[in-house]
Structure formats: C-alpha cells, structure tokens
Write a protein that binds this ligand. Structure first.
Ligand code: CP
Length: 309
C-alpha cells in the first residue's frame, strides 16, 4: 500500500485501510521491541525535534524512545527554559529549529489547530501532532486502536463506552474518529455539562446513566477528569463525580465478560477509576503505554520514508 499521509495532524481523512495498514506496521515494530537488540538504522541521518509546550510523560517519552529505536537524531525542546520566555512565537521557534536541520517536529501545544498551523508554516519538516488543545491527539487514538485490535482483531460491531470529560478531551475526539472508522458503536457517558454540544454530529450516542452506557460494552474507556477545570463548576465535586461515574468493580461488571478497560493516562485514582480496576486483569492501561512506542515508531517510519535494510 502506498503511504499518503505526509503529516499526522488529525484522523479526519484516515480511511479504514490506512488505519489497518498502520496497525500491521505497528505490530512489526512491536516484534522489534521484543528482540534483544532493538535498535534499527531505519531513520539514520534524520533529525527529529520534540517540541513540547505542555506537560507530558507518555507522549514525549514514547516518541523519544521510538525515534531512538529507529536511530534518528533527537532533540528535546520544552517551553520552560526556552526563548519563549523572551517572547518568541511558536512559528519562529519552529522555523529556528527547521533552519538547524529538523526533518520532523513532534508538537504538543495548548492551542487547538497549532499542529495544522505548523504544518502550513514549515517548509520541509514533517509534523506529528502530540496533542493540540481540545482538538486532536491522533497518535493516542491510533495506539488505543492498536491495543484494542490486539484483543479484538475485528472491531466491527463492538460496543465502546467512553466515560468522563468528553468536552475537554482531544483523546475522546480522536478515539471517536478512529474507532467509528473501524466499525465500533460508541456510547458516551458523563455529566451533561462535560459533553460536547454536537454529540449527534460526532456519530455517537449520549447515555447519562453510566450503568446503561457500560452494559454489554466490549471496551470501557475512561477519561481523565481534568482537575484544572474543576473551578469552572461543571460538576459539583470530585467525590460526587466518583460516586456517580467512577469505574469500580460493580460498574465494570455490567460490561461484557472480558471487556477491556482503557484510559489514556495519567489516571486519577479514586476519581474516574478505582485501583481495583486500574490494576485489575481487564486493564489495558500499561499495554496502551507500550503500544505508544510501537505505533509512534510505525508513524515515524512511514512518514519519514524509513529504510529497514
Ligand atoms: N495520554 C497522554 O497524552 O499522556 P501524557 O500527557 O503523559 O503524554
């Protein structure tokens, strides 16, 4: 299959065959990670800059690891300690790094649309969106799909319940795109104040009762409650949220036997998820983290024209 995605900005234009091809490539990368000598020369001579304006553990570290396993040269840039504090803009920062030879930029930024903006402004470098505002987190959705696909090779007709703060979640938006394209039925649940107003146009349903939403689900996907937005008064308190929507053994027992429990991380224990669930046998949370390395390796390899010889 000919790879036609120059950048990875969102998943709007991704077709089913693109996703399935990527998942197959990620599986090859996963096999590589299991080898005693993991490093391959596929991206030797390429320079990748990780440009993080917002905090991150999983996305930043797994991109860095993926780049290093493919033998790229890696520069990690973070806003703190940079010339941003002297007023340098996103565009000038990116142009500066491109002028130093960056072949690719991984960007995380609080502004929706920032990855698209950089892709328009940069002349040569490939852009990977590591999460922009509440808009998109495409590599997270692809690693989620990869994790689910390992358990359910055919996702067609599977029910996925997504619980929590959908309104502020770039992960939810991207997951909806990728899992719908793979044929899943998606039900959202959470306080009505944390739902986007355009739920119907997303092609999903909203069920305010989490017990009904989770009933017979194959995948229970929990979102982080964004504590930083608590002051906005979108729901009464974390305790009340936990009582009504927190995933515990009783709630998860309503899903199908063997249902997968997923969460993009970082998790808030005793808020959206109890430890018995986060650390239980159905949890795929740490597998998601591991999938992040394989999926990001596959994306870097495909978009940067890697050579495996
Ligand atoms: N899931 C996710 O994006 O985690 P980080 O914020 O740690 O990168």
């Amino acid at each position: 299959m000919e790879w036609k995605h120059r950048h990875v900005l969102d998943l709007k234009d991704w077709k089913r065959e693109d996703i399935l091809f990527l998942l197959d490539q990620a599986k090859n990368m996963d096999n590589l990670i299991d080898r005693p000598i993991k490093k391959v020369p596929a991206l030797r001579g390429k320079l990748v800059v990780n440009l993080f304006f917002e905090a991150s553990t999983r996305t930043r570290v797994s991109f860095e690891l993926a780049e290093k396993l493919l033998s790229a040269d890696v520069v990690n840039w973070s806003a703190s300690g940079s010339s941003v504090s002297k007023g340098e803009t996103l565009r000038d920062t990116a142009w500066t790094l491109e002028a130093m030879g960056a072949d690719a930029v991984v960007v995380r930024h609080g502004a929706s649309g920032s990855a698209h903006y950089l892709a328009r402004k940069l002349k040569r470098a490939v852009v990977f969106n590591g999460g922009d505002g509440a808009y998109s987190h495409p590599t997270q959705a692809l690693l989620d799909a990869y994790t689910a696909w390992k358990s359910f090779p055919n996702l067609e007709g599977r029910k996925m319940a997504i619980l929590g703060d959908v309104l502020h979640s770039r992960v939810a938006r991207s997951d909806i795109q990728v899992f719908r394209t793979l044929g899943c039925e998606i039900v959202l649940s959470g306080p009505e104040t944390l739902m986007p107003f355009d739920v119907k146009s997303l092609g999903v349903t909203y069920e305010p009762d989490p017990w009904k939403a989770v009933k017979n689900a194959d995948i229970v996907y929990l979102l982080r409650i964004q504590r930083e937005r608590q002051e906005e008064g979108l729901f009464p308190s974390l305790d009340e949220y936990h009582l009504r929507f927190g995933a515990d053994e009783k709630l998860v027992s309503k899903a199908k036997e063997g249902a997968l429990v997923m969460h993009p991380g970082p998790i808030n224990r005793r808020v959206e998820i109890d430890s018995s669930i986060a650390d239980g046998t159905q949890s795929r949370i740490l597998q998601q983290v591991r999938s992040g390395v394989a999926v990001r390796m596959a994306l870097l390899y495909l978009c940067l024209g890697g050579v495996m010889a």
